[in-house]
Design a protein around this ligand. Sequence first.
Ligand SMILES: Nc1ncnc2c1ncn2[C@@H]1O[C@H](COP(=O)(O)OP(=O)(O)OP(=O)(O)O)[C@@H](O)[C@H]1O
Ligand SMILES: Nc1nc2c(ncn2[C@@H]2O[C@H](COP(=O)(O)O)[C@@H](O)[C@H]2O)c(=O)[nH]1
Length: 204
Amino acid sequence: MSERGLLIVLSGPSGVGKGTVRKALFESEGSDYEYSISMTTRQMRKGEEDGVDYFFRSREEFEERIASGKMLEYAEYVGNYYGTPLDYVNKTLDEGKDVFLEIEVQGALKVREKMPDGVFIFLTPPDFSELKSRIVNRGTDEMSVINERMQVAREEVEMMSHYDYAVVNDEVSKAVERIQRIIASEHCRVPRVIDRYKKMLKEF
Ligand SMILES: Nc1ncnc2c1ncn2[C@@H]1O[C@H](COP(=O)(O)OP(=O)(O)OP(=O)(O)O)[C@@H](O)[C@H]1O
Ligand SMILES: Nc1nc2c(ncn2[C@@H]2O[C@H](COP(=O)(O)O)[C@@H](O)[C@H]2O)c(=O)[nH]1
């Protein structure tokens, strides 16, 4: 039996490029990760699709899921709930597949408490004016929401010390390479592979 998959958590301020980097990573040669689609109560943006970008749900339904313990983590971010469905993550890790979460900081820290053997990567902007330009130029949020997201970003950067790695997203292809190297080295960590070797020795 193969060992449990690796949980990879990519986090960082809104607009830093988590989605862009994640998509480029998934499209890169040899990439073999399973993306955990999050659930949210926010309004669907133009071009988004239910079940692809997010599971878009009402607040009532989201709160029912929280109450019945169906979320690995959730957070309220700029007025909306966002969360990770628990079953999919556990089932996929048990199948030996690597699971990729792209989530904000409060949620990532909750996952860290529950699944400390995951790898926690904080994506950083080259600087804050570039971060603001990226959110503004994306054109998806009103100025009041952008200002709120920038305010949250200040607090989130303070939490970087709780992560295993910080990766700067200056250029998407470079950020992808840095993340690939981190994941490759995490796969070789002794606590991950030792059980398999112990089992092999027993059967030898
Ligand atoms: N390295 C980069 N250089 C320049 N622009 C970038 C880079 N990475 C991402 N962007 C642009 O920045 C904007 C924000 O990127 P993206 O939506 O991926 O961020 P995000 O961190 O996923 O945001 P959110 O957390 O709000 O979902 C997009 O318009 C994207 O094209
Ligand atoms: N704690 C969680 N945060 C999540 C999850 N899915 C996405 N996110 C983060 O929320 C913000 C805002 O996202 P947007 O799509 O409205 O721009 C961003 O930082 C996402 O990474 C989740 O399941 N849990």
